[in-house]
Design a protein around this ligand. Sequence first.
Ligand code: ADP
Length: 226
Amino acid sequence: MLTLTHVSKRYGGTQAREVLRSVNLELPAGQCLAVMGESGVGKSTLLNLAAGLDRPDTGQIVFDGDDLLALDDDAVTLIRRRKIGFVFQAFHVLPNLSAAQNVALPLLLNGMRRHEAAMQAATALASVGLEGHANALPREMSGGQLQRVAIARALVHQPRLVLADEPTGNLDHDTAMRVLRLLRDSTQRTGTGVLLVTHSAAVAAIADQVLRLTPNGLEPHIPSLA
Ligand code: ADP
């Protein structure tokens, strides 16, 4: 469903440096792939490439049958809006919108009418156990609740793929595990793939595959070396 083949990326400038070197990965529909690795090794870069937010220097990225690098930016933007859900710091819950308005955003961006989007957002909020919080503003919610809003928003448009960057970053262990379970259960049910990057072995443990990104590429993660 998502395949990266020999993907390399270097950032320019006078001290140009290869961040990703010939990275290969294959994420089947409905599976969860966790990528671990030291800070600065290129995990966010990898997610940005998978999202079509950035382009590699070489390699191929095929997502749901489309060769992303063969498409222009407008076409990639449409695919991203329709088929990808994000749990990224960069797409954090917006502070001036209610929980329901935050969750409705991907639907509105895809051209859905306001009334229909509001109904689907309410259903998505209920599916993460936040039915009573539709009108709450982010500042009125706990960290765990906010992360559930982010997950409802990532899933509301029934994406083929969810990209998650430290999806439980600042939550305590029990809350983090509950939030992850929620993400995993809904994506397994719908056959949605999940590519997540994390520092946490406990988070990675919910994945079907765990890989470690190193300066030499993606390697199988061996827990005893963690
Ligand atoms: P990680 O997510 O594993 O911490 P990143 O993908 O954020 O790693 O960054 C990998 C390396 O690439 C870092 O050295 C970072 O400074 C560099 N980098 C990331 N984005 C850019 C950019 N837009 N321009 C130049 N260098 C970048």
